[in-house]
Design a protein around this ligand. Structure first.
Ligand SMILES: Cc1cc2nc3c(=O)[nH]c(=O)nc-3n(C[C@H](O)[C@H](O)[C@H](O)COP(=O)(O)O)c2cc1C
Length: 369
């Protein structure tokens, strides 16, 4: 069985799958359930200097994910300090404590959580795109703590690399990316009402719809700074975790999949990750980390995709070929190389892997494009 042990900021994790800050870590008992469910480390719900009072309703399942307008923990910090962190620590797993938001709030909270935290994660969710509040929060945390300080970035704009560089310059020891994306709006058409409460019904999207954005952000960050990154966003199975780790993530956070399908998802994703590594001949999860950091397709026109013998003529690709380059001939599909623009959609549309690029992966660019 492939070795999933992972080192993150000097902490040894039995596997790299952990909750992302949110309802899976809403209190000590929930965090113990994450540990029992197979997580490699624990991340508690973000706390601030006072309890949050989110609007209701504040969570809704939508196609390909969720929208939410939760805030930080609805429990006051005193409750976490009196009982919840100690309960979580009784699991024996490393505990990452999440704090929000301003430098003043972090300066107040950091020394109080120090006895319980193996690392601290700072949420930048409500601090906008100006790096100064984030860097101020990092400096406040570093001044108060001996344990590693991670900063969790929200997916604002394109310049995740710039945000990560600012975080590194301010002294962050690691990055968590990304938080949910928004604001977004989902409307229940039966009642013509936003699915979420609050003045305008806005929320933040999470789950599978977020994954390509998260993978892009993680790879941008890993290319820009030499810091460990916890990749978060849309991870719900082992292959998702492989993708995030190939983008450069040291570990992987899961929130929506654990909300919708329970805390046993951590162990399930870890097992699927291990199975994928075994099937592909990797002895350790470390062997795939950053494998896609510098990969890119060569420029210029590719050879046309090839149809393989296992094609069953289902014609999914025929319908989706907007260039009319694929036709069914004698129960199998045939591709017209003259009409084909090499867009690649058919390769990803085929459920049998019966259409593939005839490209040796060793010929792909091996350095940053
Ligand atoms: C209901 C809900 C509550 C969340 N609360 C927090 C939070 O308190 N602190 C935080 O940093 N992120 C919070 N998040 C964001 C998640 O940690 C995560 O970054 C995001 O949902 C993307 O991951 P996912 O697709 O696995 O859910 C929350 C997400 C959801 C869905």
């Amino acid at each position: 069985m492939a070795d999933l042990r992972t080192t993150l900021l000097g902490l040894t994790l039995r596997n790299p799958i952990m909750p992302a800050a949110g309802p899976p870590g809403r209190d000590g008992a929930a965090l113990l359930a994450c540990a029992a469910g197979g997580a490699g480390a624990l991340v508690a719900k973000t706390i601030s200097t006072r309890a949050a009072h989110p609007p209701t309703p504040n969570m809704a399942e939508i196609q390909h994910g969720m929208v939410n307008t939760e805030l930080w923990s609805e429990m006051p910090p005193e409750r976490w300090l009196e009982s919840e962190y100690a309960l979580a620590r009784s699991s024996g797993l490393p505990l990452i404590v999440s704090l929000g938001y301003t430098p003043d709030e972090i300066a107040e909270l950091a020394p109080r959580v120090a006895p319980y935290a193996d690392a601290v994660e700072l949420s930048t969710h409500y601090v906008g795109t100006d790096p100064e509040p984030m860097t101020g929060a990092i400096r406040a945390a570093k001044a108060a703590l001996k344990v590693p300080v991670l900063v969790k970035l929200s997916p604002h704009g394109e310049d995740m690399a710039g945000a990560a560089r600012a975080a590194a310059d301010a002294g962050a020891d690691g990055v968590v990316a990304i938080n949910s994306f928004g604001p977004v709006l989902s409307i229940d058409i039966e009642t013509a009402t936003p699915r979420l409460g609050g003045a305008n019904g806005y929320g933040w999207i999470s789950g599978p719809a977020l994954k390509p954005l998260a993978v892009r952000c993680v790879r941008d960050i890993c290319r820009a700074v030499d810091l460990p990154v916890v990749g978060v966003g849309g991870i719900s199975n082992g292959k998702d975790a492989v993708e995030m780790i190939m983008a450069g993530a040291s570990a992987v956070g899961v929130c929506t999949a654990a909300i919708l399908r329970g805390p046993q998802m951590f162990g399930r994703i870890a097992r699927e990750l291990s199975d994928w590594l075994d099937t592909h001949g990797y002895a350790s999860v470390n062997d795939i980390r950053g494998a896609a950091l510098t990969r890119a397709w060569p420029s210029g026109l590719l050879p046309a995709p090839q149809i393989r013998d296992n094609c069953n003529g289902c014609a999914l690709c025929v319908t989706a070929c907007v260039y009319g380059a694929i036709h069914v001939v004698d129960g199998r599909v045939a591709l017209d190389g003259e009409q084909c623009t090499r867009c690649g959609l058919c390769v990803t549309r085929c459920k049998l892997d019966a259409i593939s690029w005839d490209v040796n992966t060793d010929t792909l660019y091996g350095s940053s494009p």
